[in-house]
Design a protein around this ligand. Structure first.
Ligand SMILES: Nc1ncnc2c1ncn2[C@@H]1O[C@H](COP(=O)(O)OP(=O)(O)OP(=O)(O)O)[C@@H](O)[C@H]1O
Ligand SMILES: [Mg+2]
Length: 311
């Protein structure tokens, strides 16, 4: 039995199928990514995992016990960082955290200790006495994470914790996830930012329209789209006379030329690049810039759905 298991989970809202029969399991100690565009069903899945929404069908097991809306086990084990910040603007950060700590049944010196620890995790100890309404969006999100850590959960579920925030808070949040994971916390991380999921997650489920389209490690998923790198070369004039010669270079899978960009799909792009550039130079084509992209989760999503992850 795995740490967390989802069995053919489904949620309908009227005629909308938000989650359309998904099954996967999360191992203890991993950072598991749920990657998908707006409306994919990520938040609905998370609400069911937390016992906040009852599935239309399917089952969830946490540490072998079924999760239902009345499960007590889940409350002890799980910390949720919701997509929308859940804080009282007119209270200070410390007051907010103290409130949430009491909700988790903490009191006295243990509560004070946990609030201090949470503030330290968020990197906001020095702002503890300031009211939340004076915080930046990124700081609010960091305190929101602190609130989920007060009862030291074994499983932390984070629903798009970095949407619309400054780079400094983003980096802080990503570092916090890795730090907590190194301390043994299992994490489910939801995002539509491919880079974050690639950086943090040991395994990723790609979701779209209520379904899990693919699941695996980053490398396993990238292999689904082949192992060719994409080289995009911005050129000053038509490169058509050089295309045949580029195509003949070993390992080149395809070459195209459109809107002033030559796109080459080739294995070991970095090693093949000099040869490709040499052909262009010999043909008198002026190269303005070059970009190499290795197969990534964005290309996997594109190949599975024909759409880009971001709208
Ligand atoms: N309470 C609800 N009532 C009706 N429809 C809902 C409700 N909650 C979600 N939905 C619908 O279910 C689908 C999945 O929504 P969900 O919020 O789970 O997506 P998401 O992947 O979290 O998207 P986002 O990245 O925008 O947060 C959407 O079509 C949404 O409109
Ligand atoms: Mg959501």
């Amino acid at each position: 039995m795995d740490f967390l298991e989802l069995w053919d989970l489904r949620k309908e809202f009227g005629n909308t199928v938000a989650v359309d029969g998904i099954s996967f399991s999360v191992q203890q100690g991993e950072v598991f990514g749920l990657l998908g565009p707006n409306g994919a069903g990520k938040s609905t899945t998370i609400s069911m995992l937390c016992g906040l929404l009852t599935p239309t069908a399917g089952k969830i097991y946490l540490k072998g016990k079924e999760v239902t809306r009345t499960s007590q086990e889940i409350k002890k084990v799980l910390g949720l960082v919701p997509q929308d910040v859940a804080l009282y603007p007119s209270l200070t950060a410390r007051e907010n955290l103290t409130f949430w700590g009491k909700m988790y049944g903490l009191s006295g010196s243990l509560l004070a200790e946990r609030v201090d620890e949470a503030l330290e995790y968020c990197g906001l100890s020095d702002r503890a006495k300031d009211r939340i309404e004076t915080y930046s969006g990124g700081m609010k999100r960091r305190i929101n994470i602190g609130a989920a850590l007060l009862h030291k959960p074994e499983l932390l579920i984070m629903d798009e914790p970095t949407v619309g925030i400054d780079p400094q808070s983003r980096t802080h949040i990503l570092d916090t996830v890795l730090r907590l994971n190194a301390e043994g916390v299992t994490v489910i991380y939801t995002s539509h930012y491919m880079e974050e999921v690639e950086h943090l997650c040991s395994r990723v489920a790609i979701m779209d329209r209520g379904k899990v389209l693919a699941l695996g490690t980053k490398d396993e998923l990238a292999k689904m789209v082949g192992d060719a790198d994409k080289i995009e070369i911005v050129v000053g004039e038509s490169a058509i006379p050089a295309l045949k010669e580029i195509e003949a270079i070993p390992e080149v899978q395809s070459v195209s030329d459109g809107s002033g960009v030559v796109t080459v799909l080739v294995k070991q792009g970095h090693e093949r690049l000099p040869q490709i550039l040499e052909v262009l130079l010999r043909a008198g084509v002026k190269v303005r810039s070059v970009n190499i992209t290795e197969p990534n989760l964005e290309s996997v999503f594109l190949s599975l759905t024909g759409r880009a992850l971001r709208d």
